[in-house]
Design a protein around this ligand. Structure first.
Ligand code: NAP
Length: 278
């Protein structure tokens, strides 16, 4: 007579499961960006500058795209982070055609492994008094120029069969905001574009994700922080109990740029001190 061994029954992994497991690529690179080249837009200050320095610390070479070449502070931060190579290219994001030309040229001459669409602007005014010029400026910088960079750089990634695209969205990709109608429209569109491209380019090995920063202390939010009531109202609503700093975005950016996020696609990752959970 045979008897089962004592203890819980264990079902051995079948051959199909075992062979699946062994065919999974090892995550040997983890969070390292060693040997990768990242193009970061709007890297002169704020969140873009912090992400560029963070990428350098993780081992990436940088291509910085900005409206003028005066990027001394960012270049110094990259150097201090142990960065190796940093190239600067210029284009004004208020002119999507010029941005597309510059992006096409760099996509044809360099292998870009990671693209961070960070350049962005905001105009604060009630909807009824938002001028057509302000509306078009915000949509051009935040949306049309994001598209103008992403199309040629993404097309080259699709041809190579790999790439990582990270777009900087916003809490206003989820919420309406207060008297920033063009900004909210642009950031909702950026989240939609992220998902559309993830669907289309995912099968070609290109992942497209977004980071939605919460309220971060940069020039983008100077007006909010200058108004004591608004500043306190915002801070009181953040479960973390403080405004974010540009450096708070670096971990999420390195994750989405690295092999560690190999199975993450079409996601909008809030880095907001808990704001959206409220
Ligand atoms: N701070 C926040 O709370 C917050 C929250 C959610 C999302 N975001 C987003 O995060 C991104 C970075 O913003 P930030 O907070 O770091 O603000 P920031 O300090 O004002 O930086 C904006 C960056 O975008 C660049 N830029 C603006 N207009 C441009 C143009 N016409 N052509 C080329 N570059 C241009 C700026 O370049 P110059 O230095 O040359 O002007 C700068 O490097 C933006 O997409 C923003 O919408 C910020």
């Amino acid at each position: 007579m045979t008897s089962s061994p004592p203890g819980p029954s264990v079902t051995p992994l079948g051959p199909s499961v075992a062979s699946q497991a062994s065919s999974v690529a090892p995550q040997s690179q983890g969070f390292s960006l060693e040997g990768r080249t990242a193009l970061v837009t709007g890297a002169r200050r704020g969140i873009g500058a912090a992400i560029a320095a963070g990428f350098a610390a993780a081992g990436a070479d940088l291509i910085l795209m900005a409206r003028d070449a005066a990027l001394e502070d960012t270049l110094e931060a990259i150097k201090q982070s142990g960065g190796r190579e940093a190239t600067v290219i210029t284009a004004d994001f208020a002119d999507p055609a010029a941005v597309e030309a510059a992006a096409t040229e760099i996509a044809n001459s360099r292998t870009i492994d990671i693209l961070v669409n960070n350049a962005g602007t905001i105009r604060r005014a009630p909807a009824a008094s938002t001028s057509p010029a302000d509306w078009h400026h915000v949509i051009d910088v935040n949306l049309n120029s994001t598209w103008a960079v992403t199309r040629p750089v993404g097309a080259a990634m699709v041809s190579r069969g790999e790439g990582k695209i990270i777009t900087i969205a916003s809490l206003l990709s989820f919420q309406g905001g207060i008297t920033v109608p063009a900004y909210t429209a642009s950031k909702h569109a950026v989240a939609g574009l992220t998902k559309a491209l993830a669907n289309e380019w995912g099968p070609s090995g290109v992942q497209v994700n977004a980071i939605a920063p919460g309220y971060i202390s940069t020039d983008n939010t100077t007006d909010l922080r200058a108004d004591p009531e608004r500043e306190a109202a915002i801070r009181d609503r953040i479960p973390a109990g403080r405004w974010g700093r540009p450096e708070d975005l670096v971990g999420a950016a390195v994750f989405l740029a690295s092999a560690a996020s190999a199975y993450v696609n079409g996601h909008v990752l809030a880095v907001d001190g808990g704001w959206l959970a409220r």
